[in-house]
Write a protein that binds this ligand. Structure first.
Ligand code: 26Q
Length: 834
């Protein structure tokens, strides 16, 4: 009876036994044609590169899936310890070129497509970005899982499958317009839906206590409104090593049971509305990257991620080990990407106690041996807080557990510091006051065995400031893990020409052992090598020029200094300081102060959170200043200012190879790490930067003579703050005074009176938290040094090579090795050919 095959308890392996898929040109051509013609039903009349992209991606994806199964089976057979990276954001960008690189087939596929009359780059550009993140934190998660697979570590990423990712940005009249990003509208060849692993997520309702058959007090969470979380898996290939790990993203849908219930009660409309509500949870990524906004939907998203992922992992444990959790903590580790998934601390308690019968102490021991928390911000206003009232109504059982965690924690504190009520109030997970709030960072710290910052300065400042009391209590929990970026995407794939030159010079191996780039250092003295390096930089600049011409129809000169600042728009990142410098250069041109002039193109890109008024005004200012400068015939090629719209992962892949100068100019002590700084450095750009975040470590690695430093240190910022007097500084600096005059007289907003008043006022305010004016003089002077260096082509090229050669530390392979050695303690797993 064939239809019963799938009901047999023993899985039928024979249906999966297949010969290995071929990895040569001919096999790719055959598969490509079959997908293109048969699966997608297209022919030679099809004018869109989209289907060719899809057909090729299917052929590539097949090869990944083959290795994916082998990896899955190997992990299962080895019963190895696993880690889980829990993150509300995975900013993956495009998959095709990365998959080909990691399978080692880029060149042969490129030739195969060429034989078919197709240009590989055109197909790659047809892929939409998976923009499931805001910026640094989301892209870090993507780089991390790439490195985990490359290091053959059994790590799974867990996140949300937003229907709409980060909005796409366009500019009208100089202002940001947000357009919804329906990235899934043409389907997604890289994912596999796995309804067999659906999880039920509870919301609302109330709790009920009862005594169980053993006389123990038990709590049940009842009368809940349930939704279903459906997992979609994406393969994450390591670099040419046979490992393919998993990124599992949850999508919310309505439960049939629930619908039926409401329907039976006659509330048809209610039931349809409830279904919509359930499907809404993973509809859209919240586009703010700093300020918490307290929206119920966001809390629902966070809980969905935590609950679905933990239930998935616990169910898998029970399937293999039964209800015995004695060894759970030896085999599992959770890394929390900021506080966003930190409700996990309470959710794992709930699952272990309410669903699996563990006692509080046993469950708590598991939590505090498996949870690890990474902080990504020093801005106190960005620390997540949720109102107790909201939590009680949405997640009543979780709120009870958090109260209990806090009560036990408070008694620990009072045992250590008897009678110190102020300290207790400072440390409490519950912030008392008008509306009680849950401090999510404190919940994460109390529940975790490890707390880390993302660059040395950031980790130090956390211990001295934001988390000082916790550091005093548990110094052993605190550690630093300096960020990195994956050199596969951010050098090997995005800069093929430099890739080739590096490999022909020092051999391969640097892709997975980036400190080997050091071997380039002697070649700074080799004129032939320098010429090649310079030529490649120039051709990357030309490609960036072409990209800009395509996207916004502006002509740039390849001989100009390409000065680039791309990142989210935020006051602390000080795009305005960059603009002040541009206005100063413009002023010099207009004054005729142009001896030894260096032509410069200043490119700025980034998205503003839709509700962040100052950030949106900054975009408008950049565009208005650009308009005046770029249309002034007296300026010509001497200076250009361009706002590049819709900055995203795939744009950065074209931008970072074409940069001469990388702008990392945040107020010292505000940027936790930065990762764009590392991408630029790896591609040979020089940095102008403050002593902030990972800039400090970049400068240490490359040497102070190869880094343009300016600005106050974090300590100096603190010392100056009480007497900060921007007005006095403006009066004392002729150049600054002229720049401020141009702004204030409305030179850049002639027909839009007062639109920049807020910006001007905040610059001139002694309370300006970002102290932009304080760093103006030092920034201008450092920019002067940049010009002197740039005018000496040989010197600049040497410095460029040294920046790339010194970037080894900033590979996420190093970062992930550090996480693994200090926190996760996973064994590497070779993949068997099973
Ligand atoms: C929180 C609550 C509600 C809605 C949104 C958020 C939210 C979302 C994203 C808060 C923060 C973020 C993202 C933060 C982020 O990207 N931080 C950056 O992390 C990088 C990786 O560690 C660092 O390099 C940057 O310095 C840091 O700014």
């Amino acid at each position: 009876m064939p239809h019963r095959i799938f009901e047999k308890s023993k899985p039928n392996a024979s249906i999966c036994k297949l010969p290995h898929l071929g990895m040569n040109k001919k096999d790719f051509v055959t598969d490509f044609k079959r997908y293109y013609g048969h699966r997608l039903g297209r022919d030679e009349n099809c004018r869109s590169p989209h289907y060719a992209y899809e057909a090729l991606s299917m052929a590539i994806s097949d090869r990944l899936i083959e290795r994916w199964k082998r990896t899955y089976n190997t992990y299962k057979d080895e019963n190895c310890k696993r880690a889980y990276y829990l993150s509300m954001e995975f900013l993956m960008g495009r998959s095709l070129s990365n998959a080909m690189l990691n399978l080692g087939v880029t060149d042969l596929v490129s030739k195969a497509m060429y034989d078919l009359g197709l240009e590989l780059e055109e197909l790659e550009d047809a892929e939409p970005d998976a923009g499931l993140g805001n910026g640094g934190l989301g892209r870090l998660a993507a780089c991390f899982i790439d490195s985990c697979a490359t290091l053959q570590l059994p790590v799974t990423g867990y996140g949300l499958r937003y229907e709409y990712g980060m909005f796409s940005q366009s500019i009208a009249n100089g202002e940001q317009i947000e357009n919804p990003d329906h990235w899934l509208k043409n389907g997604n060849v890289w994912e596999i839906e796995r309804p067999e692993h659906n999880q039920i997520i509870k919301f609302g309702g109330r709790t009920e206590s009862h005594i169980d058959e053993h006389g123990k007090m038990r709590t049940a969470w009842v009368d809940t409104h349930d939704i279903i979380a459906v997992p979609f898996d994406t393969p994450i290939p390591g670099y040419q090593n046979g490992t393919v790990n998993t990124l599992r993203l949850w999508k919310s849908t309505a439960t049939e049971v629930f619908d039926l219930q409401e329907f039976n009660e006659g509330d048809y409309a209610e039931s349809v509305a409830a279904k919509n509500n359930a499907e809404n949870i993973t509809m859209v990524l919240y586009p703010n990257d700093a300020n918490e906004n307290g929206k119920a939907l966001r809390l629902q998203q966070q809980y969905l991620l935590a609950s679905a992922s933990l239930q998935d992992i616990v169910a898998n444990w029970v399937a293999h080990h039964g209800e015995d959790f004695t060894h759970f903590a030896e085999k599992n580790c959770f890394q929390l990407n900021d506080t966003h998934p930190s409700i996990s601390v309470a959710e794992l308690m709930r699952l272990l106690m309410d669903n699996h019968g563990l006692e509080w102490d046993d469950a708590w021991e598991i939590i505090t041996k498996t949870m690890a928390y990474t902080n990504h911000t020093l801005l106190p206003e960005a620390l997540e807080r949720w109102s107790v009232g909201l939590m009680q109504s949405l997640l009543p059982r979780l709120m009870e557990i958090i109260f209990e965690i806090n009560a036990r924690f408070m008694s620990e504190v009072s045992a250590r510091w008897p009678g110190d009520g102020e300290r207790m109030a400072r440390l409490s997970i519950i912030e008392e006051g008008h509306g009680k709030q849950v401090r999510m960072a404190y919940l994460a710290i109390v529940g975790s065995f490890s707390v880390n910052g993302v660059a040395q300065l950031h980790s130090d400042l956390l211990q001295q400031g934001l988390f000082k009391d916790f550091y005093e209590l548990w110094p052993e929990k605190f550690n630093n893990k300096t960020n990195g970026v994956t050199p596969r995407r951010w050098l090997a794939a995005c800069n093929p020409e430099l890739n080739e030159l590096i490999t022909e010079t020092i051999g391969d191996g640097w892709e997975t052992n980036l400190s080997q780039l050091e071997k380039l250092k002697p070649y700074t003295e080799d004129k032939k090598f320098r010429d090649k390096w310079y030529k490649i930089q120039q051709s990357s600049k030309q490609r960036l020029i072409d990209f800009n011409k395509e996207e916004m129809d502006i002509e740039l000169n390849v001989d100009a200094l390409f000065d680039i600042q791309v990142k989210r728009i935020h006051e602390y990142k000080r795009q305005i300081l960059n603009v002040l410098h541009v206005i100063h250069l413009y002023d010099r041109i207009k004054r005729g102060d142009t001896d030894n002039w260096t032509n410069r193109c200043v490119l700025i890109g980034g998205k503003a959170a839709p509700g962040y008024v100052m950030a949106k005004k900054t975009i408008k200012l950049i565009n208005n200043v650009a308009n005046v400068i770029n249309n002034d015939p007296a300026v010509g090629d001497k200076l250009k200012l361009v706002f590049m719209p819709n900055y995203r992962v795939s744009a950065m892949e074209k931008i970072c190879p074409g940069a001469d100068l990388s702008e990392q100019i945040s107020t010292a002590g505000k940027e936790a790490s930065g990762t764009g700084n590392m991408k630029f450095m790896m591609n040979g750009a020089l940095t102008i930067g403050t002593l902030d975040g990972a800039n400090i470590e970049i400068r240490e690695e490359v040497g102070e003579e190869n880094f343009f430093l300016f600005g106050l240190t974090e300590t100096e910022v603190q010392e100056l703050r009480p007497h900060y007097n921007p007005w006095g500084m403006i009066e004392a600096d002729k150049d600054l005074k002229r720049v401020m005059n141009l702004l204030e007289c409305g030179h850049f907003n002639q027909f839009e009176p007062h639109i920049f008043d807020d910006i001007i006022n905040s610059l001139k305010s002694s309370d300006d938290p970002w102290m932009t004016i304080a760093d103006f003089r030092s920034f201008i002077d450092a920019q002067k040094q940049v010009e002197i260096a740039y005018n000496d082509k040989e010197r600049w090229t040497k410095m460029s090579i040294l920046n790339c050669a010194s970037s080894g530390k900033f590979s996420t392979d190093r970062t992930i090795s550090d996480y693994n050695n200090d926190i996760w303690h996973l064994d590497t797993v070779e993949i068997k050919d099973n």
